[in-house]
Each structure stands twice: as structure tokens, then as C-alpha cells.
Design a protein around this ligand. Sequence first.
Ligand code: ASP
Length: 284
Amino acid sequence: MVSSQPAIIVHGGAGRGSGERREARLAGCGEAALVGWQVVQAGGQALDAVEAAVATLEDDPLFNAGTGSSLNRDGEVEMDAAVMSGTLQAGAVAAVSGIRNPIRLARKVLEDGRHVLLAGPGAREFARRAGISPVPPETLVTPAQRDRWEESHGTVGCVAVDRNGRIAAGTSTGGTPGKLPGRVGDSPLIGCGTYANPAGAASCTGEGEAIIKVLLAKTSVDLMDSGAGPAEAARRAVALLARQTSGQAGVILADRSGAVGYAHNAEEMPVCYIVEGEEPVTAS
Ligand code: ASP
């Protein structure tokens, strides 16, 4: 197996400026990056680091994923999540309710291996069989979301590289506020909001309908496969999305060597990354 420099990068969603919540979201990203970093630094697997970091953000009510998810038109939480490894193992869930950590359910779909994407009630039934107990759906609704004063972003994602050169990506979201029930965004769609292959891995955020049309995650990884570094690949992929769709989005990337990069064309996108031997970096 290849040996690599471990690295981790997380995002807390692209969107409009969030004023005083900006600092709190940056701190939340920093905490989640550290949780994932501890896994890869200790020699653990990239997939475990991604799951741990994304679950941390899902449990933080400041983010639009898990607890604190956006509400759909009917005032309900329906969440999407995906996880994928550079070996092309993938698991995803779409439009699920009553699951505290959709990223953990996506990981169960990956480990099960029969399917890539499970949706709605079938995903809940799979969760029960996989030993993930449902929670009452209202426990995921925060007063901020109920009052609609929360800003319209906060999807979360993570890309990690471990010491053995394994790479993984994960994304989790409550989707866009006021969405039609049953709407599925880019996050659980492999190649759209989440992707990993031997060249690198990507997690996206922003306007799902635009991201889906340009396969932003796969486009970004393909650019790395053609020789672009993660920062350049992220810039070029977001520029392509802006040109072709006029949408707003962002992407975080890492390649197998442990180099990371990100770009967005939204007002802000909190990110935190940690690479070996350096202090964590946060930006938005
Ligand atoms: N991409 C997510 C979706 O469209 C939303 C977001 O990233 O803010 O479901």
C-alpha cells in the first residue's frame, strides 16, 4: 500500500454571508476537522475520519445537516447524505427522515455493498435492520429552523486522506429550505455532490440543481486526474459551473498525496483543513 501524508478538509456549506454565525460556523468546522484528523493521524482509515467529522457537524445545530436541517415546504426534515472511498465503494441515502446521523446510514449502505443509494421509507427500514435506531423526526428540528431565521446554508462535507493513501469523501445536508417534499439534491448523487476515485475525492455544496447538471464532484476529480492540483482543479470546476449554469456552489478536494484545495463562488463557505506538520487553517 502507498504511504501518504494524512490530510483532512471540511466545509460547512456555501451560501450567503452569515454575520455573527460566521465565527461559530468556522469554529464548528475546526472542531469537526480535528475529530477527523485524530483518526487519520493515529493511522486510522480515511472513511472513518470522514464519517466522524461529518457526524460531528450533523450533531451541531448550526449546520444544515442532521440536527438543524432545513425544513421542506411542509415543515419537515428530509435529509440526503453520501460517502465514497477512492476504491469506488459508495453508499448514499436520500430524502430520509428521523435519522440522527444520515452519514452513518450512508456508511452502512456502503458496507452492505448491494446498492449505492437508498431513499425514503426504504432507507429507514434498512437503518432499522442495520441497527441504527430512528429518532422522533421533531428532535432534528431546531427552533432556529422552525422560526426560519437561520440562513439558507450550512450543508457539511469532508474529504480525508490517510497514511495508507486511502482517500474518501462524504457530504450531508437537509437540502434547500422550503424544497418540495421528495426533492433530492446533489449531495447523495455520486459524481454530483460527492465523489472519490484513485485520483482524489470531492465534496460539494451550493445550489444542488446547478451542481447536478455539471457533475461538479466528478468534474473536479477528473481535473485532478488530468494533472491539476486540488486548488486549481477546484477553481476551474467552480468556474465551469458558474459559466454553464450561473449557479453558486463550492467544492473541497484532496488528492492521494494529501494535498488539499477548495473554491466557491458564493458569498462564503466556511472551511477548515489540517495537513501534517502544520497548524489547522480556517477560512470562508
Ligand atoms: N447542495 C445542497 C442541496 O442542494 C444544499 C447546500 O449545499 O447548501 O441539497
